[in-house]
Design a binder for this molecule. Sequence first.
Ligand code: URA
Length: 210
Amino acid sequence: MTLAFQLVDHPLMQHKLSYLRMAETTTDTFRRLVREIAAMLAYEVTRDLPTEPIRVTTPVAECETPVISGKKLCLVSILRAGNGMLDGMIDLLPAARVGHVGLFRDPTTLEPIEYYFKVPDDIGDRLVIVVDPMLATGNSAVAALTRLKQAGVTTLKLVCLLGSPEGVRAVQQAHPDVPITLAGLDSHLDEHGYIVPGLGDAGDRIFGTR
Ligand code: URA
């Protein structure tokens, strides 16, 4: 299966991602970099939003100029690490609504179990952008996307900082209609499910819980 995803490999992105990967990067710098990278990802993932012309009056003349049209946005964070990406996304998308999905893995069945789900009532009418820094096995992303479709969402995008081939493949297989945007695609997963070379545990690094 050919891996299909949008890679945002702008030099600024590559530079910031390199500093994010470094084990010695401090919590405050890590947070700032995640915020900046998330804003750049927001810029790219909204590149295909439809626009419509409106008429405005500038101090000089009247003109026709485009504004975004179509579905309103909702960001959905996969807890807890997804929350680290929200500020940067909201910097660029200040009117977006925000939902949260919490999942944990059942230790015996290894199936994702939902422990939290809170989204706007009108989520079915919105373009939903799901955020999670690390697309590792893809299990959480697949479960979150499935749950959002059950809640009536028909238009979804998935945005992550780093992905693995395994994670991209899992999402593509389960949700071929959901485009994936990444700042980087790494080589593989280790035996603990960490992305290699990756950046470690994104949640621990964002929240300083290591
Ligand atoms: N989640 C993380 O935070 N890091 C990984 O490498 C994989 C999953």
